[in-house]
Design a protein around this ligand. Sequence first.
Ligand SMILES: [Zn+2]
Length: 157
Amino acid sequence: MSKLEVEAIVNGSVIDHIPAGQGINILKHFRMLDTQRTGAKITVGFNLPSKTMGLKDLIKVENKRLSQDQVNQLAILAPGATVNIIENSQVVTKYRPEIPKHISNVYRCPNSNCITNFEKVSSTFYVLRKASGLKLKCKYCEKIFDKEVVSQTLNTR
Ligand SMILES: [Zn+2]
């Protein structure tokens, strides 16, 4: 990250090294698009040049400190992301996503017969590491899905 990008924010979180195109999904994931209601100050860069990635997306959120748990949720959409926590214009903490053991109440189960789509039950997926990539297994119907399939079902309830 260049110095300039960090300087623009005094307190908050900078999510960097997001694969180009995933920035918008991360904003949805963290429900950051409802800015009129939350008043959140968010700066977004899409398709920024990156030495290591070609193009990347970047999100700066003022006055919000992401937790390691929240950063871990990026493991599905942006496993190579870096998150800098800024206080008084200084980077005080750096996080990288660790693949969580389970993800709750973020996505809906793609199985339309699953009880979580009928009853008021929070969805929970177990995260499985397979040779072909990350898979998510629904705790309730026990079906296994590619992460790309599940990540399109953001739980907006
Ligand atoms: Zn299910």
